[in-house]
Write a protein that binds this ligand. Structure first.
Ligand code: DC
Length: 229
């Protein structure tokens, strides 16, 4: 076993970042952290606040919501997977709903939200041996990560993958709605003022439009080997 490193995986929505990142973490025995799930959990909490549903949150409201908020992950022994928790409660399914997907880009653009999540993410990764996926991991959260990967894929292919995933979970949405949501999120994520989605200068790009997960792993294997030896 070589030295422990930090692996940052960023990219567009529904590129298969989580599947890829999880697989790398499994292979290396590293901790996997889905930073998007954390922003989704915060969005779920915002929705619990009547005032948020009717207004754009101001700084005071945001601070109030964030002050008692606890976002984390707990291991599900039966499913052998980590699940997202909000204030101690598992919210893994609730945070994947189309309603949350619609609102999460706006919530994740709030400066106080980002500040709190980045602080938490750095704490979770402080001992290295972590694979974290998101939008700003290589640029902001871990700018010194030993391996940075930036994932892209054709939007139509991403929409199809996401559509199938939602269908398998019984979530109602048309392919057109899914594609529009993806395009809208791409735009919001790339144009927001703080920590917009962009490729870090030292990140290596992976376009997985026509790659299987095994092919992606094979591609990653060489990059990892060169860094942990
Ligand atoms: O990866 P995902 O689609 O579950 O992420 C949900 C949203 O969270 C995404 O639209 C942008 C935001 N996000 C972010 O701003 N920064 C991150 N590091 C991860 C996600």
């Amino acid at each position: 076993m070589g030295k422990k490193i930090t692996i940052a995986i960023d990219g567009f929505s529904s590129c298969g970042k989580s599947t890829f990142a999880k697989k790398i973490a499994e292979r290396l025995g590293y901790l996997y952290i889905d930073s998007g799930a954390m922003y989704r959990a915060v969005t779920l909490e915002f929705l619990n606040w009547e005032a948020f549903r009717n207004n754009t949150p101001d700084t005071r409201m945001t601070q109030q919501i964030l002050s008692g908020l606890q976002v984390g992950f707990s291991f599900n022994e039966q499913k052998k997977t980590y699940e997202t928790t909000l204030n101690g409660k598992v919210v893994e399914d609730a945070i994947r709903s189309p309603r949350i997907s619609e609102l999460v880009s706006a919530v994740s653009a709030i400066p106080e939200v980002r500040e709190k999540m980045v602080e938490l993410q750095r704490l979770m990764g402080k001992d290295k041996g972590v694979v974290m996926d998101g939008r700003d991991i290589g640029t902001v959260v871990f700018p010194d990560a030993e391996l940075k990967i930036f994932m892209t894929a054709d939007p139509a292919i991403r929409a199809e993958r996401r559509y199938k995933e939602l269908q398998s979970k019984g979530v109602q949405a048309s392919l057109e709605e899914v594609l529009n949501n993806i395009l809208e999120r791409d735009k919001l994520d790339q144009t927001r003022a703080i920590s917009p989605l962009r490729k870090a200068e030292d990140a290596i790009e992976l376009d997985n439009s026509y790659m299987t997960i095994d092919e992606q792993m094979e591609w990653a294997e060489k990059l990892i080997a060169a860094r942990i030896c």
